[in-house]
Design a binder for this molecule. Structure first.
Ligand code: ADP
Ligand code: MG
Length: 256
């Protein structure tokens, strides 16, 4: 049933790559300000699920709604792609994805990296975008790095720049794929703090993470995926404090 107050509602999502069924009927609902963490072994379908939310992948069955608007393509994906270009843009603008490997442009300064998409993709006014880019870079604590190039920043600073770039699109929701996995533990803390601040502001987030401490710390809801299905889910206290299934218990003891 459609939940009209949901920001992201995923219902019975099925996704295959050829013969390989990666998602086998997944349901997730996130309301405004929810931070939903996706945990599970490598290959369990976590990244694929995020990529479906952002139209980087199509799906075979089920539905994803972003504030009630269908994100999912059914049937002839490629045939529909051009006609749906506006929708793709709208979805990607409102549901910003932050990747594990930052994907910053090496030949642009940090400020230019953050300003690029709002100007070229959204056609927003340059001066306004610059003001908000500077504000977001300040917010993630690297306002003094505007004129530096990515290679001149530490990994934690680059990841924060990537988050600022996502925020500069003014998205309603953010998708994070292992935002801290390329970082040393101390740099990880910088990024966790930024994510916590965003949650406190009421941004809706889906976060794939291998970091159980972070998931316990920042999530309103934790989903444990196993071989393309939700094996167990609940509050961090439920999932980490009182895991019910043997698979989740095994997974948690292996990640400690
Ligand atoms: P996770 O992020 O949980 O580690 P993924 O969603 O990346 O898992 O991958 C789930 C499964 O789908 C894996 O078996 C992976 O090899 C497969 N897979 C992912 N992307 C593709 C693709 N583009 N083509 C074929 N198989 C893929
Ligand atoms: Mg992954």
């Amino acid at each position: 049933m459609t939940d009209t107050s949901a920001v992201i509602q995923i219902t019975n999502l099925h996704k295959s790559f050829g013969q390989l069924e990666v998602l086998k009927g997944v349901d997730i609902t996130a309301h405004r300000g929810d931070v939903v963490s996706l945990i599970g072994s490598s290959g369990s379908g976590k990244s694929t699920l995020l990529r479906c939310c952002n139209l980087l992948e199509d799906s075979q069955q089920g539905e994803i709604l972003f504030k009630g608007e269908p994100v999912t393509w059914k049937g002839e994906t490629h045939a529909r792609r051009p006609a749906d270009a506006k929708q793709v843009l709208r979805i990607r603008t409102n549901l910003s994805m932050v990747f594990q490997q930052f994907n910053l442009w090496a030949h642009m300064t940090i400020l230019q990296n953050v300003m690029e998409a709002p100007i070229t993709v959204l056609g927003r006014d340059k001066a306004e975008v610059e003001a908000s880019a500077r504000r977001y870079l300040d917010k993630v604590g690297i306002g003094d790095k505007c004129d530096n190039y990515p290679a001149q920043l530490s990994g934690g600073q680059q990841q924060r720049a990537a988050i600022a770039r996502g925020l500069c699109m003014e998205p309603e929701a953010l998708l994070f794929d292992e935002p801290t996995s390329a970082l040393d533990p101390e740099l990880e803390q910088e990024v966790i703090k930024v994510i916590k601040d965003l949650a406190a502001e009421g941004r809706t987030m889906l976060i794939v993470t291998h970091d159980m401490k972070m998931a316990a710390d920042i999530s309103s809801h934790v989903v444990f995926l196993h071989q393309g299905l939700i094996e167990e889910e609940g509050t961090p206290d439920d999932v980490f404090g009182a895991p019910k299934s043997d698979r989740l218990r095994g997974f948690l003891s292996a990640t400690q």
